[in-house]
Design a protein around this ligand. Structure first.
Ligand code: FAD
Length: 401
């Protein structure tokens, strides 16, 4: 077993790796180097309960600060800039270096920025960190004109919170439908309707070409239209933080390439979470997942491998999104072109969309239907080929198909 483990990145993947190492009996020096001014925290509430003001920062912390001291996990603030693999050293921005026996890269992702004119005006915000949210949360006051660029999960969750706070919310989505990359047209139509009914002005096929204002953003330019705005929030995806690995000569392909044990192309370097790309045996292809379950599973996998213990097989990818009273839970990975069978009635706000590819059950998106979500995981893992008529009958449990 290596005598010291150094983890770069204090997000959920990095923290989970440290916790699993100590849980598994790792007794060597253990350090998490992170560049945010907080102990490792969970990001999902950022666009949900934290933005809504329902939970405090502390409630998002994975563990209180004292816990890390108890477990002799050193939390160190700093930014890594390069890896000297030959010397097993990590170089920091402040000129210091740290030695490692084993290195775990858990550097996550950073928001994709718009680079149109005016994008750097004050009042144009992004949403990835606690500090990002603190930068605009208090501006979501009743009557504020909020323009959200991007109709993905983060944009729509933010819209749901803002409209509930009495803001006048416009969502601008350049694709022909919201959530276009990840859900079936039926699901996009449902969420568009729900948002519109709640008072959000959802515009599709809306391409933002610039922002204007004196000193701060005052309007958004979208096609021929000038849309007045007090606050703009941009949610157009993330870019994996893979430069450290790339510069060090590790295999990188839109994400740090790792094997089933979260190991990179260097035996002494692991990677976990949003920064990675891994072959997923269930999806049958190499994928980059941006989700908490993946970050936790890969953090654990790295720890188990370092401990010399077997790593469980990859689980069916899953994810969730909370908007209004709707809990959307997703298992598997749907793709455009998959056949879709709807179970239940959208009007009741309880239904699920099951996705089939060449007759094989590949994904399920369940709205307020936790049972379908949970039971679908086994069908996906088993590559089940359910009978379509039976699948469409919500009275039949998925597990019985
Ligand atoms: C608003 C929001 C809502 C979300 N909602 C959901 C949800 O509902 N369900 C779900 O499953 N997932 C959700 N996600 C995604 C989920 O939060 C991420 O998949 C998860 O946080 C990834 O964890 P990670 O540890 O890989 O990366 P990160 O959380 O990005 O952590 C990486 C850390 O490393 C630091 N770092 C990077 N480079 C360096 C360096 N060179 N030196 C030092 N430190 C460095 C970063 O600053 C960061 O603190 C959401 C994400 C956001 C932003």
């Amino acid at each position: 077993m290596n005598d010291s483990v150094l983890i770069v990145g204090g997000g959920q993947a990095g923290a989970q790796a440290a916790l699993s190492l100590r849980q598994g009996g790792f007794a060597g020096a253990l350090t998490i180097l992170g560049d945010e001014p907080y102990v490792p925290y969970e990001r999902p509430p950022l666009s949900k309960s934290f933005l809504a003001g329902d939970v405090t920062e502390e409630r998002m912390f994975m563990r209180p600060e004292a816990f890390y001291a108890e477990k002799t996990i050193t939390l160190r603030r700093g930014r890594a800039v390069s890896i000297a693999r030959g010397q097993h050293r990590l170089h920091l921005e402040n000129g210091e270096h740290l030695a490692y026996g084993t290195l775990i890269l858990a550097t996550g992702g950073r928001v994709r920025h718009l680079n149109c004119p005016g994008a750097d005006l004050a009042g144009v915000h992004y949403l990835r960190t606690i500090d990002d949210v603190l930068g605009f949360k208090n501006r979501l006051q009743a009557g504020a004109r909020v323009v959200i660029v991007g109709g993905g999960y983060i944009g729509l969750e933010t819209a749901a919170v803002a409209v509930k706070r009495g803001c006048k919310v416009i969502v601008l989505e350049m694709q022909p439908r919201v959530l276009a990359r990840v859900v079936a047209p039926e699901m996009s139509a449902f969420y568009t309707r729900v948002h519109r009914e709640a008072g959000v002005d959802v515009r599709i096929g809306a391409v933002v070409t610039g922002f204007g204002g004196t000193g701060k953003v005052e309007h958004v330019i979208c096609g021929d239209e000038i849309i007045p705005a007090d606050v703009v929030i941009v949610g157009i995806g993330i870019v994996p933080n893979a430069e450290l690995a790339d510069d060090a000569g590790l295999d990188v392909d839109d994400g740090i390439v790792v094997d089933e044990n979260a190991r990179t192309s260097d035996r002494d370097i692991f990677a976990a979470g949003d920064c990675t790309r891994q072959f997923n045996t269930i999806a049958g292809e190499s994928i980059r997942l941006e989700s908490v379950p993946n970050a936790l599973a890969q953090g654990k996998a790295a720890a188990l491998t370092i401990l010399g213990k077997p790593v469980p097989p990859v689980e069916v990818p899953w994810f969730w999104s909370d908007q209004y009273d709707l809990k959307l839970q997703m298992a598997g990975l749907a793709k455009p072109g998959d056949a879709v069978v709807i179970r239940g009635d959208e009007a009741t706000r309880r239904f699920s969309a099951c996705y089939l590819r060449d007759g094989v059950f590949v994904a399920c998106h369940a709205v307020n239907m936790a049972k379908d979500f949970l039971q679908s995981k086994k069908l996906i893992a088993d590559r089940a080929r359910p009978d379509l008529a039976r699948l469409g009958d919500p009275a039949l449990a998925l597990k019985d198909l």
